[in-house]
Ligand binder design. Structure first.
Ligand code: PEP
Length: 252
C-alpha cells in the first residue's frame, strides 16, 4: 500500500524563530515516539527559511517543499526565485498552481505549464494543485473544470515525467474558509482524477500518482478523508501551523 502523504503549507506564516522551533519540536516529539504515524511528511515554509528548514530535517524522513518557483530560468525578474536557486540549496520539491497564487498573482495555466517544465529541468518534484470555485460547483462544472486544468498543464507532459508527481485536489471554496468538501465528494473527484490519469498514462502510472485532498482539513476531519480509497493524504494550511493540531493530523 502507498504511504499516505501529509503536506504542511505554511503560506506567509511563521518567522525564523517560529519555523525553526516548530521543526525542532516536531522532530523531538516524533523521535521520542510520543506519537505514532506512518505518513510521509513534507513541510512548505516561506522562501527565506527553506535552507535552515532543510538543514534541520536533514537525515530524517521529512522533506521540504518550496511554495512556488518562477517560470523563467534566470534574469531580470525582481523578487522572484528560480528553480536552479532552489536546487542549489538542496530543495527537491515545489508546490505549483495553488489557488491563492492564481487569485493574487494571476497565474494562468500557460504560466503553470512553464513552471512545470522548469521544475522538470531542475528535477524538482511537483505538487500540483487543481480545484473548482464555489460557482463552478454550483453549476455542476467541477469535473470539467478540473479536467481542463489538468489537460492544459500536467497532461501536456510525457509519462516518464510522472514519477513522484503529486496532485492536490483543493476545492477553492474550501481553502481557508472552514468549509470542507465531504469525504464522499472528495473521493468522487479523486477517483475521477485517477481515471483521467489511467486514460492518459495507463493503469500503472495512475496507481503511482498520489492524490491529496486540501481544503480546511483539520485534526477532527482528517481521519475520515484519509480512510477513502483514492485519498492518498492531505495538503494542510491553517491546521498545520500549530504543532498539536498537525501531530493529530499525522496520527489520523
Ligand atoms: C492550502 O493552503 O492549500 C489549504 C488547503 O489551506 P487550509 O487547510 O487552510 O484550507
Amino acid at each position: 500500500m502507498k504511504k499516505k502523504i501529509v503536506i504542511a503549507n505554511w503560506k506567509m506564516n511563521h518567522d525564523f524563530y517560529e519555523t525553526t522551533s516548530f521543526l525542532r519540536n516536531l522532530l523531538k516529539i516524533l523521535l521520542d515516539k510520543k506519537i505514532n504515524h506512518k505518513k510521509k511528511v513534507i513541510i512548505a515554509p516561506s522562501f527565506p527559511f527553506l535552507q535552515i528548514s532543510n538543514q534541520i530535517l536533514q537525515g530524517t524522513a521529512f522533506s521540504i517543499a518550496a511554495q512556488n518557483v518562477h517560470q523563467m530560468e534566470n534574469g531580470s525578474y525582481t523578487g522572484e526565485v528560480s528553480a536552479s536557486m532552489l536546487k542549489s540549496i538542496g530543495i527537491q520539491k515545489v508546490i505549483l498552481g495553488h489557488s491563492e497564487r492564481k487569485k493574487y498573482c494571476y497565474e494562468t495555466n500557460d504560466i503553470l505549464l512553464k513552471k512545470i517544465h522548469i521544475s522538470f529541468k531542475y528535477r524538482l518534484n511537483i505538487i500540483f494543485c487543481v480545484g473548482e470555485t464555489f460557482f463552478e460547483r454550483e453549476r455542476k462544472e467541477q469535473f470539467t473544470v478540473v479536467k481542463n486544468q489538468l489537460e492544459e498543464t500536467v497532461f501536456q507532459c510525457s509519462s516518464e515525467k510522472m514519477i513522484d508527481f503529486i496532485i492536490a485536489y483543493e476545492p477553492i471554496w474550501a481553502i481557508g474558509t472552514g468549509k470542507t468538501a465531504t469525504p464522499e465528494q472528495a473521493q468522487k473527484m479523486h477517483k475521477y482524477i485517477r481515471t483521467l490519469f489511467i486514460d492518459k498514462y495507463g493503469e500503472k502510472i495512475s496507481k503511482k500518482i498520489s492524490i491529496l485532498y486540501g481544503g480546511s482539513l483539520n485534526e477532527i476531519n482528517a481521519k475520515n478523508f484519509f480512510s477513502k480509497e483514492d485519498i492518498d493524504g492531505g495538503l494542510v494550511g491553517n491546521s498545520s501551523l500549530q504543532i498539536e493540531k498537525f501531530l493529530k493530523i499525522l496520527s489520523s
